[in-house]
Design a protein around this ligand. Structure first.
Ligand SMILES: CC(C)(COP(=O)(O)OP(=O)(O)OC[C@H]1O[C@@H](n2cnc3c(N)ncnc32)[C@H](O)[C@@H]1OP(=O)(O)O)[C@@H](O)C(=O)NCCC(=O)NCCS
Length: 171
């Protein structure tokens, strides 16, 4: 597949929003499956390109037409003396999965953070996002914290038996 990873453009907005909402809808099924066997689910795209923040899309030619098939974003953050990058919004279109695109976009974020001299890349994902967790582990991220503080109401997380996983890759 001919693939280009390039910076986000404002003209990508509609495509990116529909990819993003499709990606979120997918997580309803595993959460629902957990919920129905339990004794006792949403987000927003940020577009800002400051020197330490970036937003990329993966564009591929599908049947002769350039299409956006993935995206990822990073925001530079500071904690004490430590500067790190927080990875957000990694999504690959369902038809283009298991071709290494997720690894390529995550690696783009890692390289960006290394170039800026950041000490780490951190991210949050849900325990139910097993493909994502497997990908991050493969790229050397480890679990640093499990919690349930989220924009998703805590009762929903409980019902879905989902926890938020904070993962970190030291650079
Ligand atoms: C998670 C996601 C980004 C992976 O993208 P992808 O392009 O399919 O990933 P890759 O092809 O680069 O896979 C890299 C590794 O991740 C793991 N992986 C990917 N999909 C997996 C799956 N369905 N089940 C188990 N492991 C999986 C594997 O270790 C894989 O390596 P392998 O193919 O050599 O076994 C994609 O499934 C997706 O967009 N999911 C929905 C949105 C989401 O969960 N985003 C993460 C938000 S934090």
């Amino acid at each position: 597949m001919q693939l280009v990873i390039r910076h986000y453009r404002h003209s990508d907005k509609d495509t990116v929003l529909s990819l993003f909402s499709a990606g979120n809808l997918e997580h309803i099924q595993p959460c629902f499956n957990n919920a129905i066997f339990s004794p006792l689910y949403i987000t927003i795209t940020l577009v800002c390109v400051l020197p330490d923040d970036c937003y990329w899309v993966a564009e591929a030619e599908v049947e002769g037409i350039a299409q956006i098939v993935g995206m990822v974003a990073v925001v530079g953050k500071q904690s004490g003396n430590e500067q790190y990058g927080e990875l957000f919004r990694l999504i690959i279109a369902p038809t283009c999965r298991r071709m290494g695109l997720g690894v390529r976009l995550t690696q783009t974020v890692i390289d960006f953070c290394k170039e800026r001299g950041f000490s780490a890349v951190v991210l949050e994902t849900k325990s139910t996002q097993q493909a994502a967790v497997a990908l991050y582990k493969k790229l050397g991220f480890s679990l640093v914290l499990k919690h349930t503080n989220s924009s998703v109401p805590s009762w929903m997380l409980m019902l879905a038996r989902a926890t938020i996983l904070r993962m970190k890759k030291q650079l």
